[in-house]
Design a protein around this ligand. Structure first.
Ligand SMILES: Nc1ncnc2c1ncn2[C@@H]1O[C@H](COP(=O)(O)OP(=O)(O)O)[C@@H](O)[C@H]1O
Ligand SMILES: [Mg+2]
Length: 379
């Protein structure tokens, strides 16, 4: 008897500054996935938000410059279901070249970083389509993406977050002097200014004085309607991988040695010179503390599947601060998230397998809940 393989739709690319990272992550996953157990259906999303299935979407995205304008997009149409969104790249008699066939996936692995991928929007679409998917659900994705809300939730759960102020862009534009006074009353220099909903350090600056604070808020305001001003510290960057649904586990922590004075966009993607230390050279007590905090942060936002939880460790006091939680972390074979699992005893291929199984488990568990309420039995 042949057992039908599980069909995994790998979703990559997307309308995000991390489009290229996503392609590399997805390629890594497609190469390493257990082929005896899974069939892969690659689904590419262009930078304009066009969805592609059939043919070779990976190759098409890599050659994006001369891509033919034959693909439907979410923005172009009113999607009644996922079907109208997934349109064949190349018409022809292959199994994957009809929109209906494209829907024949058992589970989706969204390998999309940042806005329109990691923020609950795609997760919402998959919920509507009734498809199981890897990773956090809608709420945890959206909360994890929004630094202001995430910090509020973490603080409510007693987790250590650095002091911060949330500033709406309209308030900044209306009365900059008032905002500066507010920040200077609550925080000391250096401060960090950030857009609330972004990643990759885009729009993040360090402010050592009032002039830099003003410039930093102006810069962050280019990217979001909500801004964060945070207490800056001289920090070591410690990261932990978390895996699981209701009973998550944490990996050994790792440390990043950025190539610049902080882990900026350039340090992440341009220099290509930031070092990863695995495991992080911290004491056993600190290791345990960090792992415990990572799992607590994960549970606090009701996360599922996976997350990389990032910490800042104060160089002068060794104090540990929870910085942020990424629900779809970089997933290339040399990214921190899989590297930390490898060092903890879970290989890249096994990690992919576990994540897909977790997605199917979660889907089943969510499906156990009643969706109708029988009023005749109401008391
Ligand atoms: N409060 C802070 N103190 C010191 N460094 C910080 C602080 N906040 C952010 N940074 C630096 O900026 C980087 C990017 O900030 P982060 O909040 O992680 O945004 P992103 O989601 O874009 O990665 C961090 O990795 C760290 O190097
Ligand atoms: Mg970060």
């Amino acid at each position: 008897m042949t057992i039908r393989k599980i069909r995994v739709g790998i979703l990559f690319g997307g309308r995000s500054g991390e489009h290229e990272v996503s392609l590399t992550s997805a390629q890594g996953i497609m190469r390493a996935i257990d082929k005896d157990k899974y069939d892969v259906v690659p689904i590419g999303i262009t930078k304009e938000g066009r969805w592609m299935v059939g043919g070779d979407p990976m190759q098409a995205l890599r050659a994006a410059a001369d891509m033919p304008p034959v693909l439907a997009s979410i923005a172009d149409e009113e999607p009644e279901s996922l079907q109208t969104v997934l349109v064949p790249l190349e018409p022809g008699p292959s199994a994957l070249t009809t929109a209906e066939a494209a829907l024949e996936v058992d589970v989706i692995f969204p390998v999309l970083h940042g806005p329109h991928g990691e923020d609950g929007t795609v997760q919402g679409l998959l919920e509507l389509a009734g498809l199981p998917y890897v990773g956090a659900g809608v709420t945890a994705s959206a909360v994890g993406m929004d630094k202001a809300i995430a910090k509020d939730v973490f603080r409510t759960h007693g987790l250590p977050v650095l002091p911060y102020q949330v500033v709406l862009r309209v308030a900044w534009e209306a009365d900059p002097a008032r905002v500066v006074t507010l920040c200077e009353a609550a925080l000391r220099y250096p401060m960090f200014t950030k857009p609330a909903n972004l990643g990759s350090s885009v729009g993040v600056s360090r402010a050592n004085n009032r002039g830099e604070l003003t410039a930093g808020l102006d810069e962050a305001a280019r990217f979001d309607r909500k801004l964060i001003v945070e207490q800056g510290i001289e920090a070591r960057e410690i990261e932990v991988s978390v895996l699981g649904n209701d009973d998550p586990i944490a990996s050994v922590p790792g440390e990043i040695i950025p190539s610049r004075d902080f882990y900026s966009y350039a340090a992440k993607y341009i220099d290509d010179a930031s070092d990863l230390l695995i495991p992080a050279p911290v004491s056993e007590e600190q290791t345990e503390q960090i792992r415990e905090l990572a799992v607590k942060a994960y549970a606090a936002i009701d996360c599922a599947g996976m997350a990389r939880v990032d910490f800042l460790m104060d160089r002068s006091t060794d104090g540990i601060w929870l910085n942020e939680l990424n629900t779809i972390p970089g997933f290339t074979p040399i990214s921190m998230y899989p590297k930390l699992w490898e060092a903890t005893g879970i290989s890249y291929t096994e990690l992919i397998d576990r994540l897909i199984q977790l997605a199917l488990e979660r889907y089943k568990d969510v499906g156990r809940s009643a969706t109708m309420f029988d009023v005749s039995t109401a008391t």
